[in-house]
Design a protein around this ligand. Structure first.
Ligand code: SAH
Length: 347
């Protein structure tokens, strides 16, 4: 039987295991701190744990295997893109963005994606597999080790749909925020989803004050369904209602992501229509020009169009930010680098 990753276990799970092995419960805390605070990658480094217990753990558990395969520095900003190989042959990507307020890491939650958004590079090969909590944590820990500085913000906005890998993503968040681990405040964690309504409803009942970003990209269901086929199961108005409820339940403002595509969703009428639906409610819109993906062919809206789109939203009571396109010279858009690497290396 394949060994289970010790990195993917929450403290409660680890306590049960330790007790079942006839050890004292506090041993679990020690082990958890080795894995998530000191972030070691083998059992022998656990100097305060007995040889006997280490041997028993080693029989059934292993450490997440994560190897940095490539590192690309952007020349236009401070972005660094990482390609990792995890647990065998799975290639995933993560992005580090360095800001004046700290280091922000964008992690992948799946290798590939099955949501089939028509503008996205991650969706091209479909879903390869879900990532484990250990593999998500590994991206943060490896980058932290690489730069020798603490990561202060994590966005789950890389390849994959985190709510399509719900249990592992939630484990990841809880471990990342745990006091005995990385101790990252929930308010410094953002989960981005294409809008799976039942899972958004589930998420708001977990009592986790994380930030929610929803990829909206359209002013109505018609345009949205063409761009994001998965949204056929999530009627536009129902999605907006779920987001409103999320804010009421958690006190956290929802951010709508809106990538402007020339001629498709960037017209003034689109801005007015969107403002009519969300104007005056507690939310925020992030506008970004779509990243050009060769296979997809969509062109970004011009700068002028983006500014007038933003103006219309603002004049109609919508808070809006125009986001810079980060790392455009290093394929930093979702899934682009993983895809080009996999193509070249026959993966
Ligand atoms: N599945 C999640 C998170 C991963 S995608 C989601 O849909 O939110 C991260 C963000 O990048 C999403 O807002 C997604 O719509 C956007 N995105 C994907 N391809 C893009 C592209 N070519 N240009 C700009 N944004 C893109």
């Amino acid at each position: 039987m394949a060994k289970e990753e010790i990195n993917s276990l929450e403290l409660g799970g680890l306590e049960e295991i330790v007790l079942a092995l006839g050890e004292k419960k506090f041993r679990a805390q020690q082990i958890y701190e080795w894995v998530h605070k000191k972030q070691i990658d083998n059992f022998n480094d656990m100097t305060n744990v007995s040889k006997r217990l280490i041997e028993k753990l080693d029989e059934k558990y292993c450490f997440t295997h994560i190897k940095m395969e490539k590192k690309l520095y952007s020349e236009v900003d401070n972005t660094i893109k990482y390609l990792f190989r995890v647990n065998g042959n799975t290639i995933i990507e993560s992005v580090l963005m360095r800001y004046s307020f700290g280091n922000s890491v964008c992690i992948s939650s799946q290798a590939g994606c099955r949501m089939a958004c028509t503008f996205c590079a991650s969706a091209i090969g479909g879903l390869e597999r879900d990532l484990t909590a250990g593999e998500m944590l590994g991206q943060v820990y490896s980058i932290q080790k690489d730069i020798g500085e603490r990561v202060s913000n994590v966005v789950i906005m890389g390849s994959g749909e985190p709510l399509d890998n719900y249990d592992n993503t939630l484990k990841f968040i809880r471990v990342l925020a745990s006091k005995l681990g990385q101790n990252l405040g929930m308010r410094h964690i953002t989960l981005s989803t294409c809008g799976l309504i039942d899972k958004i409803n589930k998420l708001m009942s977990e009592g986790l004050p994380i930030n929610l970003a929803v990829s909206l990209h359209a002013p109505n269901g018609g345009v949205r369904e063409k761009l994001m086929p998965a949204s056929k199961k999530a009627p536009y108005d129902d999605l907006l209602r779920a987001c409103k409820k999320y804010t009421e339940r958690t006190g956290r403002r929802v951010t709508y992501e809106y990538a402007l595509i020339s001629g498709i969703n960037d017209k003034q009428g689109h801005a007015l229509e969107l403002a009519g639906k969300i104007g005056g409610s507690v939310c925020h819109v992030n506008l970004i020009p779509i990243n050009y993906v060769e296979e997809r062919g969509f062109r970004p809206a011009s700068e002028g169009t983006i500014y007038s789109f933003a103006d219309i939203l603002k004049k109609n009571g919508v808070e809006v930010t125009i986001r810079r396109k980060l790392g455009s010279d290093i394929n930093a858009a979702c899934g682009q680098l993983r895809k080009s690497y996999s193509n070249r290396n026959g993966l």
